[in-house]
Design a protein. Structure first.
Lengths: 127, 598
């Protein structure tokens, strides 16, 4: 068993599960989407991205790309949140909430692709 | 499947920029540490309860926590924002500061360590070089070896605005020969040129690589470069420098385009001198370095017996020329091996060699210095050569002295000793390579000139000196084709007859003549040396010219711009724009018919 491999997969799957946890719930209800969960998703995604740095496998560039996509989506969601609460001070209206959650939904998709790629690589190439 | 794996690995290495991938893999751990520490610090700041300015309980938001940690971690420290912290928060901030600062130092230290890593540096400079080479879109030459020869060649090529790429193994030569103040930017790779991979890095397989010049000090390396070049890019023109005969033969065996041996080359030059001194003067004018001063007076040589000191590679080559020209010569060489060599090759002329050093009066006397017309100090050691010359000059002040100078640094000394002709192997090599690359037609010209007589040379000297000033004349080759001479091509298509004479008129003023001399005219396989003015130009002809650079520029106007050509040939201008063409069609229809075309 390769401990590095465990860590790698752990963070990728954790990124997906946390992301999914944040995403699930009523789209426009702020009660269903916790800000600390978003914070955790971003941190775990960052770590997952950096773990993919310099990965020389054949699917490495693809994996890195999916992670970068997820990061862009999540950071945009965080920025929207910050804007709504701190800059415009309108608070979390249902419009903003829908935007934030749909952005994180995109990130879920990217993370799913990432995990699928990971599974393909593991089964096909026997790393 | 397992077998294919390494290949794939290699291709992915080629695609991803190695510098970036090196940084990325090295920065993985420090960056993760940094992120984790940031996250913990932010979490702490969020969770610890504080009070706002009105005394209400207050929690920092994620946004404020990120702001706070960002300015503390980077030691900017704006203060306690947005509200003054309580002691519990301050306790956590202390931890935060130390953790983040250490994480940053770790990350920066890692980057610095990577930058100083020799492997990283090599990868980076190679990468930079590769990029520079890939930015060259015009035709370029690859020069291996940045010694004296290499530098001279690069200088000449860049002066003509050719692009050059250099590979040199020794960092020192880069300091000695500054390639950064040349006319064109020259990318340089510090690496062993005999390694095919380095040649490939320098773009040898690229389509626009026109030639390879192997000018390193070692024959072995030059041989390897020549082989690799011919294998990696068969169409490329390869010129090799070679000092030893065995290597020279080897190089020729696999179609190396040119092998330049400085000793044989000098022997050929010397042979010109023995043949007729004005021919040597022509050679010197036409092949000198671009910015060198030229001498007006041909060297004066009396017919008589010569003394040749040292019978090495150089001496052997010269001795052959003496035999060819039937000139009497006495060889001085104290080396037994040289004596044996001589005996083997020239058993009939044994009286020509005297086993003596040639640096002292006694041996020079024995060689009959007082009755000799010329002396060649051709040893491999500069001090010995200088000593020979000085002794000989004392004994016979009128003697013609040819000196072989081995080291560039001794130039001053050879100037002081006033040798009539100084032979520097590296300079000679550079001279030949320059001719081969810049004006290959000049080789044909010199070959043909060698067969001409004394009178012919004198006429050429007077013609040349009429058009050139004090500095070395410019030499250029013009090919009559659509790309280089569109105006001439168009005029030829109209059926006009263009002679060399037409081109000599200054396109700015018809009463003035341009100052240049056509040296060689090539039409198909037929070569005409010093063609006369009435020679008719056809499509595909090549002409070698010699003159001042300004004359070339003026002539290029005539060759490329139709109105200039019309002017020098006394034709009326035709309309160039569509509107005028349409308006004046009637007027010009008649003329075109008269020109006998379309």
């Amino acid at each position: 068993m390769n401990s590095e491999k465990v860590l790698f997969s752990f963070f990728m799957i954790l990124a997906l599960t946390l992301n999914f946890g944040f995403f699930i719930g009523e789209m426009d209800d702020p009660q269903h989407h916790n800000v600390y969960e978003l914070f955790a998703v971003i941190i775990v995604n960052l770590i997952a991205t950096i773990l993919k740095f310099g990965d020389r496998s054949r699917l490495g560039p693809m994996l890195l790309a999916t992670s970068l996509v997820a990061l862009v989506q999540l950071i945009s969601a965080a920025l929207v949140w910050t804007f709504a609460v701190h800059v415009q001070e309108t608070g979390l209206t249902s419009d903003t909430m829908v935007l934030i959650v749909s952005l994180s939904g995109g990130a879920v998709l990217a993370n799913i692709i990432s995990v699928i790629l990971l599974m393909i690589e593991t089964t096909m190439l026997r790393r | 499947m397992m077998k294919q794996e390494p290949e794939k690995q290699e291709t992915s290495e080629e695609v991803i920029n190695p510098v970036i991938s090196m940084i990325m893999s090295r920065m993985r751990v420090p960056l993760i540490i940094l992120i984790v520490i940031y996250a913990t610090s932010m979490l702490g700041m969020i969770m610890i309860p504080g009070v706002d300015d009105q005394g209400n309980p207050w929690h920092m938001s994620i946004f404020h926590a990120f702001y706070y940690v960002s300015f503390t971690a980077t030691t900017i420290g704006f203060g306690e924002i947005p509200y003054a912290l309580n002691d519990a928060q301050r306790l956590w901030v202390i931890c935060t500061i130390y953790m983040t600062v250490i994480a940053w130092i770790n990350a920066i230290g890692n980057i610095l360590g990577l930058v100083q890593d020799p492997v990283f540096r090599k990868t980076r400079s190679e990468n930079k070089f590769k990029h520079q080479v890939s930015m060259i879109h015009e035709h370029f030459y690859l020069v291996c070896g940045l010694g004296e020869t290499g530098y001279e060649v690069i200088k000449a090529l860049t002066n003509e605005h050719y692009r050059v790429v250099v590979i040199e193994e020794d960092q020192e030569s880069l300091l000695e020969n500054n390639i950064y103040d040349l006319q064109e930017f020259v990318p340089c790779l510090i690496a062993d040129a005999s390694v095919p991979r380095n040649l490939q890095l320098a773009g040898i397989s690229k389509n626009n690589c026109d030639g390879v010049i192997a000018a390193t000090a070692s024959d072995e390396t030059n041989l390897k470069i020549a082989i690799s070049s011919k294998l990696l890019h068969p169409e490329v023109k390869v010129v090799c420098r070679s000092d030893l005969l065995s290597y020279e033969e080897n190089m020729r065996s696999f179609n190396t385009d040119f092998v330049v041996n400085p000793y044989n080359t000098f022997a050929d030059i010397f042979s010109m001198l023995l043949h007729t001194t004005s021919l040597h003067l022509i050679f010197d004018w036409l092949t000198g370095a671009p910015d060198s001063q030229i001498t007006d007076e041909p060297l004066k040589i009396n017919y008589g017996r010569w003394i040749l000191c040292s019978y090495g590679r150089f001496g052997r080559a010269l001795y052959q020329k003496f035999l060819e020209h039937d000139v009497e010569v006495t060889i001085l060489d104290s080396n037994e091996e040289a004596y044996r060599n001589f005996k083997q090759q020239n058993i009939d002329q044994l009286e020509d060699i005297i086993p003596a050093t040639g640096i002292d009066e006694k041996s020079l006397n024995k060689a009959g210095i007082d009755t000799a017309v010329g002396l060649i100090a051709g040893g491999g050691d500069d001090s010995n050569n200088l000593s020979t010359i000085m002794t000989a000059r004392q004994m016979n002040p009128d003697i013609f002295v040819v000196a072989r100078q081995n080291l560039r640094d001794n130039s001053e000394l050879f100037k002081k000793v006033k040798a009539d002709l100084v032979m520097q192997p590296r300079e000679i090599t550079a001279r030949m390579i320059r001719v081969l690359f810049l004006n290959p037609m000049l080789c044909d010209f010199l070959k043909m000139a060698n067969k001409q007589d004394d009178e012919w040379s004198n006429v050429v000297v007077s013609r040349l000196s009429a058009v050139i000033g004090d500095s070395k004349p410019h030499i250029w080759t013009t090919t009559i084709n659509h790309k280089e001479t569109p105006a001439v091509n168009k005029a030829l298509a109209l059926g006009r007859r263009i002679t060399l004479d037409c081109l000599t008129t200054d396109p700015l003023s018809s009463t003035r003549k341009l100052e240049y001399v056509p040296l060689l005219f090539e039409s198909g396989s037929q070569h005409t040396i010093m063609p006369d003015d009435a020679t008719t130009i056809k499509h595909g002809d090549r002409i070698l010219f010699c003159g001042m650079r300004e004359s070339m520029n003026s002539m290029n106007w005539t060759l490329t711009v139709m109105t200039s050509l019309n002017y020098v040939m006394n034709y009326e201008n035709e309309p160039e724009s569509y509107l005028l063409k349409a308006l004046m069609r009637k007027r010009f229809k008649g003329r075109e018919r008269r020109d006998g075309n379309r």
